[in-house]
Design a protein around this ligand. Structure first.
Ligand code: SF4
Length: 312
């Protein structure tokens, strides 16, 4: 597995060089909307996956001459399960600004908060306040406790001096009732630098997951805006994916984490001076899969966690 991918265009982070520090798919959650597919290994104990030196060398070989805004931990699972996270972040800071996307589930642990302090930008998942909604949307590991997670987020806010944002994924299958008001109250307490609202835009782990109606999105935006800079993450990030010149290598490493829409894949083929037959061959060989969602085709690495996503 490639430890580094991109840079990819990110709606929040500009040009982001991705670090995939967790093997497919190891997570504390099994979110119904996950774009990496089903959780294959679920636990909440931190452990060692890759040596920080190996991550550092992989990033170093890719940052040279590249136009990068952030080096971002955004893996095939939950980034803070990596027990060497803090050490890797400290090393990578010599190469650029470091960001992390986490589902927040382990932030109640002091060692996880200490590791996160090494980052310049931390994005915390905040999908629910009510345990029943949390269990329906995020399907957490059984030993996790939402109250402790919220306390950990507030504790981290007090210690952290970098950019802290929240990300809330809304789905159409949940009756949010007064949940959006509760989320806004928590945002008021947390005081993030920005509060992002997302909806599923790429093929989800569960085929029945869809975006909520516009009134739910607008209500969340109006409520969150009272207490933070609220932004919608519902636009397309574009087709500006960087290439190493090797199409197969690029598509395999990027789409392990980040499914690509057909127009972006075609743009990458063109940049690498490859023909469409190359793509068809990779599908035939079982290296990548093609999945339709909301009337668009997406291409992604054929990871074991995505076995159930092929619905043709
Ligand atoms: S969306 Fe993130 S937190 Fe949820 S299951 Fe997927 S990798 Fe884990």
């Amino acid at each position: 597995m490639n430890l580094v991918f991109g840079p990819v265009p990110s709606r929040r982070l500009g040009r982001s060089l991705g670090v995939n520090n967790i093997p497919d798919k190891t997570c504390t959650y099994a979110c119904v909307y996950c774009q990496i597919g089903s959780t294959l290994k679920m636990y909440a104990q931190r452990r060692e996956f890759y040596a920080p030196e190996e991550i550092y060398q992989s990033v170093k070989s890719r940052v040279k001459g590249a136009n990068i805004d952030y080096i971002t931990f955004v893996p095939d699972g939950e980034s803070t399960l990596d027990i060497n996270l803090g050490k890797a972040a400290k090393m990578l800071k010599y190469l650029g600004k470091v960001a992390i996307i986490t589902n927040s589930s382990l932030i109640y642990r002091e060692d996880v908060r200490a590791d996160l302090l090494n980052f310049d930008y931390v994005s915390l998942k905040l999908d629910a306040i009510t345990p029943t909604i949390w269990k329906k949307v995020n399907r957490p590991y059984k030993e996790l406790d939402l109250d402790k997670i919220r306390e950990g987020m507030l504790e981290f806010r007090r210690e952290f001096k970098g950019t802290l944002v929240t990300e809330t994924m809304l789905i159409g299958e949940i009756d949010y009732g007064d949940e959006l008001e509760k989320l806004a109250e928590f945002i008021a307490e947390l005081k993030p630098d920005a509060s992002y609202i997302a909806v599923p835009t790429r093929p989800p782990a569960e085929p029945w997951v869809h975006a909520p109606d516009e009134s739910t999105i607008a209500r969340a935006h109006a409520l969150f805006s009272k207490y933070a800079r609220a932004e919608l993450l519902i636009g397309y990030e574009g087709t500006e994916f960087s290439t190493t010149g090797n199409f197969e290598q690029d598509i395999m490493s990027i789409t392990a984490v980040h499914p690509m829409r057909e127009d972006a894949v075609l743009a990458l083929l063109y940049k690498c001076d490859e023909k469409r037959e190359k793509l068809e061959k990779m599908i035939k060989e079982g290296k990548i899969i093609k999945v339709e969602y909301n009337g668009e085709w997406y291409y992604m690495r054929a990871l074991p966690s995505r076995k159930n996503m092929v619905r043709e």
